[in-house]
Design a protein around this ligand. Structure first.
Ligand SMILES: NC(=O)c1ccc[n+]([C@@H]2O[C@H](COP(=O)([O-])OP(=O)(O)OC[C@H]3O[C@@H](n4cnc5c(N)ncnc54)[C@H](O)[C@@H]3O)[C@@H](O)[C@H]2O)c1
Ligand SMILES: O=P(O)(O)OC[C@H](O)CO
Length: 380
């Protein structure tokens, strides 16, 4: 447990916020986080690779490409010049898609102020290496404290100022435990906090990152089942068993099971699996309805992290011997051409087992896939 008594002599007990925040990534979440930081009273520089988007944000307070119709708070300095965005930055939020994190680090390297903390706001695990994104950044940018910001947060809601809570996680040093108000996670949480944005603090970076990556895959599973005509019982079972897959992977990688019950795990899973606002859930629904991948989202290119995450999560889980049957099913449908209904029906015929941490037992369960009715098209 971390405690720090208030200092004697009436000195302020507030952490020191990071006064200047650089947000790297001008998409939906990067723009929303710039709005969050601005609303919290910080000086904000937003880097995007699209000059027209940057001009619209800086000039008109809008990013209609990624957040249509939303008026952003005044004063976000948006630029396509990385050097300008990072000049004097005291904290960096990295918000480009997970697959771009390593290349973005190389681009950031020449411009980063020394020892500036970097918070990953993308959700994923690197394909091939199996590294969590914070490990990728630590490898590429040694000497910087690296953490993550994650949780149930649709960008358009956070940008509009709807109350949102997330987790900010950085490893805690011995010193941080003695003086938690000076810890990076605490300072960054305070930096971004406002009456409508509430960051919770964690030192379990692994648990937080695993939650963010796995929830995307489980959301695709929920979407697939919904699209194929299954109902709420099925979705609730996938969410609950999905949390168990997250816990098992987090623990195997050195994270804590209870972190997965927090905002970055169960919280984000609940949000993402409940609404087709989620691109992951929405992709699953469209595939469940029988659309080909190329037809989904009317053929528009849309960032669906769970597609990539399915590959990296399953590759990692197999390597370290962790069972993740729901993620395996999603992977099989997305990447091995397995038939969707049969693949998920098979999950219901897998051996009976006990709830977590109770009894190590597997009992054969008769597999009769034809016993599961075809609900597609039925009106409920
Ligand atoms: N949108 C949300 O509600 C939300 C919420 C929380 C977390 N996230 C996470 O944030 C990350 C980004 O998602 P998003 O919603 O902002 O995506 P987005 O599609 O809205 O925007 C992606 C941004 O990344 C940029 N980009 C793409 N490839 C790039 C590259 N190679 N180099 C530099 N920039 C590149 C694009 O120009 C764009 O500005 C994802 O990992 C996502 O899971 C999104
Ligand atoms: O639209 P999604 O599925 O990428 O989800 C966005 C956020 O991760 C929700 O917290």
């Amino acid at each position: 447990m971390v405690t720090d008594p208030p200092p004697a002599g009436g000195a302020s007990t507030q952490p020191h916020p990071y006064a200047r925040v650089a947000v790297i990534g001008g998409g939906a979440w990067g723009t929303a986080l710039a709005a969050v930081a601005r609303r919290a009273g910080r000086e904000v520089r937003l880097w995007g690779r699209d000059a027209a988007v940057c001009a619209a944000i800086a000039g008109g307070g809008r990013n209609d490409k990624y957040l249509p119709g939303i008026a952003l708070p005044a004063g976000i300095a948006a630029t396509d010049d990385l050097g300008r965005a990072l000049d004097g930055a005291q904290a960096v939020l990295l918000v480009t898609p997970s697959a771009t994190v390593r290349e973005m680090c190389a681009r950031l390297r020449p411009h980063l102020p020394a020892r500036v903390p970097i918070a990953l706001c993308a959700k994923g695990i690197e394909v091939h290496t199996g590294l969590l994104l914070a490990q990728v950044v630590t490898e590429e940018l040694p000497g910087h404290p690296v953490g993550a910001l994650s949780g149930p947060s649709f960008a358009h809601e956070a940008a509009k100022g709807f109350p949102t809570a997330v987790t900010v996680a950085f490893p805690f040093t011995y010193e941080d435990r003695l003086k938690p108000r000076a810890a990076t996670a605490v300072r960054l949480a305070y930096t971004l906090s406002s009456p409508v944005f509430r960051p919770y603090i964690s030192d379990d970076l692994t648990g937080v990152e695993v939650g963010g990556a796995v929830k995307n895959v489980i959301a695709i599973a929920c979407g697939m089942m919904t699209g194929a005509g299954f109902a709420e019982n099925t979705r609730a079972a996938l969410i609950t068993r999905g949390i168990n897959e997250m816990k098992t992977l987090a623990q195997a990688l050195g994270g804590r099971r209870e972190t997965v019950t927090g905002l970055s795990g169960a919280g984000d899973l609940t949000l993402t699996c409940s609404s087709q606002t989620s691109r992951n859930m929405s992709l699953g629904v469209q595939l469940g309805q029988g659309l080909a991948r190329a037809e989904c989202f009317d053929g528009r290119p849309v960032v669906v992290e769970g597609e990539v995450n399915a590959v990296s999560v399953i590759d990692l889980a197999r390597r370290i011997g962790v069972r993740m049957p729901i993620c395996e099913a999603v992977h099989a449908v997305l990447h091995d051409g397995a038939p969707l209904r049969e693949t998920f029906a098979r999950l219901w015929s897998s051996p009976l087992e006990a709830e977590p941490n109770m009894l190590d037992i597997y009992i054969d369960h008769p597999a009769d896939l034809s016993a599961i009715p075809d609900f597609a098209g039925e009106t409920r």
